[in-house]
Design a binder for this molecule. Structure first.
Ligand SMILES: Nc1ncnc2c1ncn2[C@@H]1O[C@H](COP(=O)(O)OP(=O)(O)OP(=O)(O)O)[C@@H](O)[C@H]1O
Ligand code: SF4
Ligand SMILES: [Mg+2]
Length: 363
């Protein structure tokens, strides 16, 4: 039976704060980030450049640059707080139950071993299978990430592959350990759209087949619409909205989410319509702002309300937002939503996808 939204999260991040040491002193670049990912769920993190998507992912992996540290928070993964583990303990999980695919494949492929060696070793490290069987599995994986000639690629080294092929080899390697959670940080943005679609399809298949969870980080709201079940919207080092994907598009609750969605052209739009950009820019020193960080760009700003610290609170059972005015029902665009209908739509979407997989297996 499929797991439901009530299943225990595989990853539960609470109150995450990230501080960097800079020439001007310590700066809190990310504050009060909380989110859950359940088995088989795709959580999309979306937001403009510099909003804190990558540092959130890197902190969970224990891979922040040396100048950065988790200054507050917890990240519970399969019963352990990742932030409390020693590097040695973290090594037992990283690249195994918890995997990450990066934007730059060269950082994670070993130049002195063939691609085949690396994938086969990764498979055999967690499954009791013969070398021949592991090689067959490696070939299948390379095939599933869209390699035209998997057999040849198995014998090649990273430097012999094109950028796009390296990226796909790295994705295959990250999947070889059958992780419970995979983090994909703009992992396919350098690939052409057909391959990108193929990889996203594969991640979705694996989430259904193996209950693998995916933390999908992207600027691309279209990708969020296709792939995500839950969505966390980030702005200037904070999560400002957390909801399911249907509610996000139907009934955004935060002015930033609404502005972000308005920048996306729809297929029905007049082709001459100008693409809207959100007016203004993210304040460079956003970490010094104690009130709402979106205030300088928000068309609903009311200084007496918005200069107060904003905290994440539920609007209803399927939405949480960081905006006092939305929470107080003061914004006319925030209309009520059918949380139950969203849950049913999500469950149906998964059932249909699963049915497709089953049908294919029967054929
Ligand atoms: N090594 C570092 N030293 C100091 N500040 C950093 C460092 N890495 C990231 N930051 C700061 O943390 C903030 C968040 O960066 P992050 O890379 O997470 O953004 P992002 O949302 O992933 O952006 P993009 O979409 O461009 O990848 C940025 O404002 C950046 O200035
Ligand atoms: S708190 Fe105020 S400025 Fe911030 S998003 Fe809400 S209305 Fe806009
Ligand atoms: Mg990034």
């Amino acid at each position: 039976m499929r797991k439901t939204a009530d299943t225990e999260p595989i990853l539960s991040v609470r109150g995450l704060e990230i501080t960097f040491k800079t020439d001007q002193g310590d700066r809190v670049f990310l504050r009060d980030a909380s989110f859950d990912i359940r088995p088989g769920e795709v959580l999309g993190i979306v937001g403009e450049s510099g909003s804190g998507k990558s540092i959130t992912a890197l902190s969970v992996m224990g891979l922040l640059p040396v100048s950065g540290l988790v200054s507050k928070g917890e990240a519970w993964f399969e019963g352990q707080d990742l932030f409390a583990l020693s590097p040695r303990q973290l090594d037992k999980i990283r690249g195994k139950r918890l995997s990450m695919i990066f934007q730059d494949a060269l950082t994670s492929l070993n130049p002195v071993f063939t691609i085949g060696n690396q994938i086969v070793e990764s498979i055999r490290a967690h499954q009791d299978v013969s070398k021949t069987k592991a090689r067959q599995m490696a070939t299948d994986l390379l095939d599933r990430v869209g390699m035209a000639d998997p057999e040849t690629v198995l014998g090649q080294y990273a430097h012999m592959l094109s950028g796009g092929m390296r990226q796909r080899a790295m994705i295959a390697m990250a999947l070889a350990s059958e992780p419970a959670l995979i983090i994909a940080d703009e992992a396919t943005s350098s690939l052409d759209v057909t391959i990108q679609a193929q990889i996203m399809h594969l991640l979705r298949e694996l989430s259904l087949e193996r209950d693998m969870s995916v933390l999908l980080i992207t600027h691309d709201i279209g990708l969020i619409a296709q792939m995500a079940d839950q969505v966390a919207v980030m702005y200037a080092g904070e999560i400002v909205e957390n909801t399911d994907v249907f509610t996000l598009f139907e009934a955004p609750g935060h002015p930033y989410t609404r502005a972000l969605l308005e920048t996306v052209p729809s297929i029905e739009d007049d082709k001459d319509r100008e693409l809207r950009a959100i007016p203004g820019v993210v304040p460079e020193d956003y970490y010094t702002i104690t009130g709402c960080r979106f205030a300088s760009r928000c068309s609903y700003v009311k200084p007496e309300r918005c200069s107060l610290p904003q905290i994440m609170l539920p609007l209803d059972e399927c939405r949480q937002v960081r905006c006092l005015r939305a929470q107080n029902n003061e914004l006319e665009f925030v209309h009520s939503t059918q949380c139950e209908a969203s849950k049913i739509a999500l469950a149906r979407r998964k059932e249909e996808a699963l049915q497709k997989l089953t049908d294919r297996a029967v054929i």
